[in-house]
Ligand binder design. Structure first.
Ligand code: ZN
Length: 136
């Protein structure tokens, strides 16, 4: 056996950003399935008489609704931990996915290029459920 076999170069690494591989539309679909497993319901009165009202102006996959019973307007993210958060929904869904793989907060932070403290806060919230508890 030759004793001077050069160490093979590491295989070429193309920088793949997982955030570019997942689809915003599927992320919103995932949120709907998580929060409304039995069909879309009004966050105020829980009526299922809900009318679709087009999509968000800036996030084209974010469905808007209006409750036929109490006239409340809401969208996919209303009253969830994702609403008004500075991380995009993609990042949250990926975080959820990595949690399912049992990655540590440190590993998730590395994959998503986030600070561990941010990931810690996100995983803590996700474990508590994506729909905010009633604030009354
Ligand atoms: Zn309602």
């Amino acid at each position: 056996m030759p004793s001077h076999v050069p160490t093979p170069n590491r295989s070429p690494r193309v920088p793949v950003n997982i955030k570019h591989l997942i689809d915003e539309v599927q992320c919103y679909q995932t949120v709907r399935e998580l929060r409304w497993p039995d069909g879309i319901a009004c966050p105020s009165c829980e009526s299922q008489h809900v009318i679709k009202r087009g999509f968000d102006d800036t996030e084209s996959a974010r469905q808007r609704y209006e409750c036929h019973d109490c006239d409340r307007r809401f969208d996919d993210l209303t009253d969830t931990i994702f609403a008004g958060h500075h991380q995009s929904l993609k990042v949250w869904i990926l975080c959820l996915y990595f949690m399912g793989l049992n990655l540590s907060n440190e590993q998730i932070a590395h994959e998503l290029a986030l600070h561990v403290s941010d990931v810690h806060q996100m995983t803590t919230q996700l474990r508590d459920g994506i729909v905010k508890k009633s604030q009354q």
